[in-house]
Design a protein around this ligand. Structure first.
Ligand SMILES: C[S@@+](CC[C@H](N)C(=O)[O-])C[C@H]1O[C@@H](n2cnc3c(N)ncnc32)[C@H](O)[C@@H]1O
Length: 355
């Protein structure tokens, strides 16, 4: 290996081993306002930052040293300033801000990874034990803790919003009149879609406690909600496209096929199934965000699912009877969109599907 390769691998290894602690240092610096203060007062001393954010000098020293190691703060003599990447990524206060995402990752996702060995050995999402209730998935169980449910959906919605632009601009939505957004969460995607496509109406289908969040967050007569269970309830009819945004990936293949067949059944000929999701590379060697997602699904959320490679979605859409299946991979944050169309004429018996 080249000397650079060795050094890169060594740096990555050193960073990796210390990353959980450093992640928390950065989340705390964001939460306590260190980055905001330095945006307003670049070149401040440790004492000035500590006074502003209400942290004692020794503790401030520890925090600032840790955050400097991550490259998010620069220090010259005894003065600190935000690095370029901190300015670009951490200062925004929009609905897709990392300050909305990191609290959810810290409080809900990351504690679960300590249970990974157990989850892999037992084949179940053992980290779900930390949540009250008996339901088999985090999505169903989290309603018992409304504070955590809010943090969870805030983080999920904000992180999804960072990649929603690549979805809503797809030309496939241009011809759609009524879209069913299955597992549409707090309605973020629906709101972006109707803003972009003036003739589009969206029905969000999700669990009752989640459609209540969507209803409260959405004030647009072209968006309605339908509470229900993905597997226990029928999908609404009268739609000409069905969207699964970050939904199929949370389940195992058999459940994905069930959901795709349900979608196929409610569509008219020519109707579209659109999946938007994280994906690992085809050779399953890369994809940092995708790896994190797959591990979280395995240890906590469902005990199933992963950021499947795109070829899997293409195969599944063909399997349920779609033709004209197209895909675009490599979208922001390791996303892909895969679209299948319900044929206008019935398929030969061997390729048709029964529900
Ligand atoms: C990963 S989130 C995706 C949310 C949103 N579509 C997005 O892109 O951010 C999965 C969604 O599926 C919903 N969901 C999970 N299991 C469900 C079930 N059994 N019935 C109805 N909705 C469910 C969750 O409540 C959640 O809103």
């Amino acid at each position: 290996m080249q000397p650079n390769g060795v050094s890169h691998a060594r740096d990555t290894f050193d960073f990796l081993l210390n990353a959980p602690a450093l992640f928390n240092a950065v989340a705390t610096a964001l939460e306590t306002g260190v980055f905001d203060f330095l945006a307003e007062h670049p070149g401040s001393t440790r004492a000035e930052i500590g006074n502003a954010v209400g942290i004692n000098d020794h503790q401030m020293r520890v925090l600032l040293q840790a955050v400097c190691c991550t490259g998010l703060l620069d220090k010259e003599a005894d003065r600190y300033r935000n690095s370029t990447i901190a300015e670009e990524e951490l200062l925004g206060s929009g609905t897709d801000s990392w300050r909305r995402i990191l609290p959810g990752w810290r409080a809900i996702y990351y504690p679960a990874f300590a249970r990974l060995t157990d989850a892999l050995r037992t084949g179940t999402n053992t980290a779900l034990d930390a949540f009250p209730g008996t339901e088999p998935t985090l999505y169903q169980r989290i309603k018992h803790d409304p504070d955590k449910e809010r943090i969870f959906h805030d983080a999920m919605s904000a992180f999804s919003e960072r990649s929603v632009g690549a979805l809503v601009q797809r030309q496939e939505f241009a011809d759609v009149k009524h879209l069913l957004d299955v597992g549409g969460g707090d309605g973020m995607t629906a709101r972006h879609l109707v803003d972009r496509h003036p003739d589009l109406t969206v029905t969000i289908f999700d669990l009752p406690s989640v459609t209540a969040i969507a209803r409260a967050a959405t004030h647009n007569e072209r968006i309605s909600v339908r509470p229900g269970d993905l597997f226990g309830d029928e999908f609404p009819r009268g739609v000409d496209a069905v969207l699964f945004s970050h939904v199929l990936e949370v389940f195992a293949e058999r459940d994905i096929l069930t959901l795709l067949r349900k979608a196929f059944a409610v569509l008219p000929p020519g109707g579209k199934i659109i999946s938007y999701h994280h994906h690992v590379s085809d050779d399953e060697r890369s994809g940092l965000y995708s790896a994190r997602l797959s591990l979280y699904l395995t240890a906590l959320a469902t005990g199933e699912g992963m950021a499947y490679p795109v070829a899997d979605y293409v195969r599944w859409l063909h399997e349920v009877g779609c033709d004209d299946v197209t895909s675009v991979a490599g979208l922001p944050y390791e996303h892909a969109v895969v679209v299948g169309t319900k044929p206008s004429r019935p398929l030969p018996r061997s390729r048709s599907c029964a529900i």
